[in-house]
Design a protein around this ligand. Structure first.
Ligand SMILES: *[C@@H]1O[C@H](CO)[C@@H](O)[C@H](O)[C@H]1NC(C)=O
Ligand SMILES: *[C@@H]1O[C@H](CO)[C@@H](O)[C@H](O)[C@H]1NC(C)=O
Ligand SMILES: *[C@@H]1O[C@H](CO)[C@@H](O)[C@H](O)[C@H]1NC(C)=O
Ligand SMILES: *[C@@H]1O[C@H](CO)[C@@H](O)[C@H](O)[C@H]1NC(C)=O
Ligand SMILES: *[C@@H]1O[C@H](CO)[C@@H](O)[C@H](O)[C@H]1NC(C)=O
Ligand SMILES: *[C@@H]1O[C@H](CO)[C@@H](O)[C@H](O)[C@H]1NC(C)=O
Ligand SMILES: *[C@@H]1O[C@H](CO)[C@@H](O)[C@H](O)[C@H]1NC(C)=O
Ligand SMILES: *[C@@H]1O[C@H](CO)[C@@H](O)[C@H](O)[C@H]1NC(C)=O
Ligand SMILES: *[C@@H]1O[C@H](CO)[C@@H](O)[C@H](O)[C@H]1NC(C)=O
Ligand SMILES: *[C@@H]1O[C@H](CO)[C@@H](O)[C@H](O)[C@H]1NC(C)=O
Ligand SMILES: *[C@@H]1O[C@H](CO)[C@@H](O)[C@H](O)[C@H]1NC(C)=O
Ligand SMILES: CC(=O)N[C@H]1CO[C@H](CO)[C@@H](O)[C@@H]1O
Length: 660
């Protein structure tokens, strides 16, 4: 038992000292008191170390992935009613010509399922995805200053039911939710988080809530993970990586070791269904295996459950009780339950495990790390074994013995190894959002992938998800037709928002199930929002250890312009906000048999991919900023082109950098 981390967590939260002297029960009580008092997040009794507790009267069990969980179904019902007012306000403000959106909502408000059901997805792509995505998210958030002015999109977030993040995109979603559904503006302005001027290898800036120096930073990291090992759990490089990430993403001392992913469900805002349902993505993969979209198992972590809809495992486990020794989907009589395994940083680290090996880059001499520390930490971390570098170990495997005929993938393994959600090349987290059970009508998908050698997206992620949806692995999901990646570039579909699947009647079937039958499923309409330079070159390499606040803020501003198309000031795109409203309403119009307003028909003509293909070699793709560049040089020439100036410690291969 290691109480030091818990003590640190407790005392940091409420100034309770000497927590190590109290019993576990007292810990629970103290924590419950804190939960009621303040934010509901640091609820792991022993900080980063998972704890044994008595199982609840209904012990945790694995369920088939054949529907929403009861918790989610109840929650979503409340959420959908709560989106009606924000949606009414948003759609009215988007001012669809000759159409009264307020009246439309009012006519259907007694039946929320007739109204639009919106999801938002943030792709992977390291810090680039986090920061550019942050600009997009802030544009959708009515809490951002001026975001509800004419030409802007504030309120789309408040109108949404689901939000999913993958890898760097989940650093964004995770930062928002783990910090009490805070705003991008607050995270940017807070001097203790999102400070990427300091390399993750050197630790956070000193002062404030954070610790003192690099040596102490490592001592804390190692101590926290050691506590987990001492309690009998396997630790992988992801544990260290997740802890390190937390110092940048979690607004609490020592990276908030007691913050769990499941505790999001305990926050007031979530319980009131005042915010969308957050989902993080990872893939299952054994060490040293490779996966592609057609043979990956996509796992999701939501505040209630962790598991997969894919036929390979087809089960869900309560997130809160991850770490519990499960057999055949249940807890044996003599076994106690585990809590605190689902550490929020560990979940964020799992989704982004591709970056694990960054933590091994200690030998870079430009880093301000004492030599003795460099050596000690270096040998400890490299001792973990290179085979396991990019996996996160979920041992005990919650799906051990579960559904042994269907669960070919991991029923026999005591350990479930998960990796970065982008490693199967589905870099946008569509999988949880195209599940028929979630009934989404439209997905706003912000793509910050580095598909081209110049680190811009080319639609590759959509292609992967589309192909997967037509195979048995897609297990009843459907996805709109999309063209090949050359066409994306040749037609400029990656230079501005593009809609896919506008004509619901053009998609009549989904992936065949294993017995060969196929159901008609209408997929959500996809609003593809690719990264593009507006006010800065937002194609920073995926692997970037540090940058400066000037560039960070320019990237956030860029993301804002990406989402709003420069607040609808680009010639020919003044109708963009109205067309966003049309995309939101499209499936609902179909359901309610409403004639599509002429203005929306014009929007669909302009923004929908019309089926045209041009697969010729597009050559080098090298877009230039659409607007005047923000000066990120602090006095130097504004035109100086960014070309790998960002300190990228890419000792581990360019292939990696190109992948996400
Ligand atoms: C969380 O955010 C809500 C809404 O802004 C606020 O009312 C509440 O006080 C916050 N809780 C904490 C613990 O900061
Ligand atoms: C709504 O659009 C009409 C033109 O279709 C315009 O005259 C009016 O000013 C717009 N209203 C707002 C609030 O932007
Ligand atoms: C609610 O709307 C859906 C979709 O338009 C429709 O199928 C259903 O019959 C409606 N339910 C009620 C009670 O009106
Ligand atoms: C919001 O708009 C006002 C008025 O144009 C301006 O003074 C203010 O700086 C803007 N705020 C932000 C954060 O852009
Ligand atoms: C971080 O926490 C402090 C203290 O609770 C709070 O004042 C601040 O607003 C928080 N920052 C963010 C970004 O939520
Ligand atoms: C997935 O498919 C790829 C390409 O065919 C193959 O190399 C890999 O071994 C497969 N992985 C699994 C887990 O089946
Ligand atoms: C788990 O299920 C298998 C059959 O699938 C059975 O042989 C085994 O005894 C079960 N184990 C437990 C602990 O129930
Ligand atoms: C998990 O529980 C089973 C009983 O269901 C037991 O046989 C096994 O030893 C336990 N594993 C661990 C690691 O405690
Ligand atoms: C768009 O609006 C945001 C927020 O008001 C502002 O910061 C930005 O400069 C605007 N961009 C353009 C091109 O007007
Ligand atoms: C319509 O469906 C066909 C067949 O799946 C597909 O080839 C075509 O691209 C689709 N058109 C559009 C615009 O999605
Ligand atoms: C910030 O970082 C960018 C990208 O590396 C660099 O071009 C710029 O000069 C830096 N600006 C400052 C003020 O350090
Ligand atoms: C819709 C569909 O095909 N669902 C299948 C998903 O996979 C599970 C497990 O193999 C099947 O039982 C479902 O029928």
């Amino acid at each position: 038992m290691k109480f030091t981390t818990c003590a640190a967590a407790l005392s940091s939260v409420a100034g309770i000292a000497q927590a190590s002297a109290v019993s576990q029960e007292a810990h629970h009580e103290a924590l419950n008191a804190l939960v009621n008092l303040r934010r509901a997040l640091p609820n792991s009794p022993e900080g980063y170390t998972p704890s044994d507790v008595d199982c609840p009267s209904t012990p945790p069990s694995v369920r088939l992935a054949d529907s929403l969980s009861q918790n989610e179904a109840e929650w979503v019902q409340r959420r959908r009613s709560n989106t009606i007012e924000p949606m009414r306000e948003f759609l009215s403000r988007m001012n669809i010509t000759d159409f009264d959106a307020g009246q439309y909502i009012d006519n259907n408000r007694d039946n929320a399922s007739a109204l639009p059901n919106i999801g938002i997805a943030f792709s992977g792509g390291g810090w680039r995805a986090l920061i550019n995505g942050a600009g997009v998210l802030s544009a959708f958030d009515s809490r951002t200053d001026n975001s509800t002015n004419t030409g802007q999109l504030g309120g789309l977030l408040q109108s949404s039911t689901y939000i999913a993040g993958l890898s760097g995109g989940n650093w964004l979603v995770g930062s928002i939710y783990v910090n009490n559904f805070t705003t991008v503006t607050a995270l940017r302005n807070d001097p203790t988080v999102w400070e990427f001027g300091n390399s993750i290898l050197e630790g956070p800036p000193t002062g404030g809530i954070q610790i003192l120096n690099t040596a102490e930073y490592y001592s804390n990291l190692l101590d926290q993970v050691e506590g987990k090992r001492d309690a009998g759990y396997d630790a992988s490089l992801t544990d260290y990586w997740g802890r390190a990430l937390s110092y940048q993403l979690v607004n609490a001392s020592n990276g908030g070791p007691a913050y769990t992913w499941s505790s999001i469900a305990l926050t007031e805002g979530f319980q009131n269904a005042d915010q969308p349902f957050p989902i993080s993505i990872a893939d299952a993969r054994a060490p040293d295996q490779t996966i592609i979209s057609l043979n990956s198992s996509v796992f999701e972590f939501n505040p209630f459950e962790m598991g997969t809809w894919d036929p390979t495992t087809f089960g869900f486990m309560p997130t809160q009780y991850l770490g519990t020794n499960m057999t055949n989907g249940s807890v044996a009589d003599n076994v106690r339950c585990t809590v605190g395994f689902d550490n929020a940083g560990f979940v964020m680290g799992t989704s982004s495990s591709l970056f694990n090996t960054l933590i091994l880059q200690l030998n870079d001499s430009s880093l301000d790390i004492p030599d003795a520390l460099r050596t000690a930490v270096g040998s400890l971390l490299s001792g973990i074994g290179s085979n396991n570098n990019d996996i996160a170990d979920y041992e005990p495997n919650p799906f051990y013995g579960w559904n042994p005929t269907g669960n070919s993938y991991n029923a026999d393994n005591r350990s479930l190894t998960l990796v970065d959600g982008g490693l199967d090349n589905q870099n946008i987290p569509f999988n949880p959002l195209i599940q028929p059970a979630r009934e989404l009508d439209v997905i706003f998908a912000n793509d910050n992938s580095a598909d081209t050698p110049t680190n811009w997206p080319n639609g590759s992620s959509l292609v992967q998800t589309y192909m997967r949806s037509m195979e048995p692995i897609g297990n009843g999901t459907a996805f709109p037709s999309v063209p090949d990646t050359q066409t994306f570039i040749n037609l400029g579909l990656n230079t501005r928002p593009t809609f896919f699947g506008c004509d619901a009647s053009n998609i009549t079937s989904s992936s065949p199930s294993l017995d060969g039958s196929s159901n008609a499923v209408i997929p959500p309409l996809i609003v593809y929002i690719p990264n593009y330079p507006y006010v800065t070159y937002s194609n920073q390499p995926t692997v970037t250890l540090s940058t400066n606040d000037t560039y960070r803020d320019a990237m956030i501003a860029n993301g804002y312009e990406v989402a709003t198309m420069a607040n609808a000031t680009l010639p020919g795109y003044e109708n963009w906000p109205m067309c966003v409203a049309c995309a939101v309403l499209s499936r609902s119009f179909d359901r309610t048999g409403t004639e599509v307003p002429q203005a929306c028909q014009d929007c669909f003509t302009q923004y929908c991919w019309d089926g045209t293909v041009n697969s010729s070699d597009p050559g080098t793709y090298d877009p230039q900023p659409r607007l005047e560049e923000i000066n990120i040089q602090s006095g130097a020439m504004a035109s100086a082109r960014f070309s790998g100036v960002v300190v990228a410690l890419v000792a581990f291969g360019t292939a990696l950098a190109l992948m996400l």
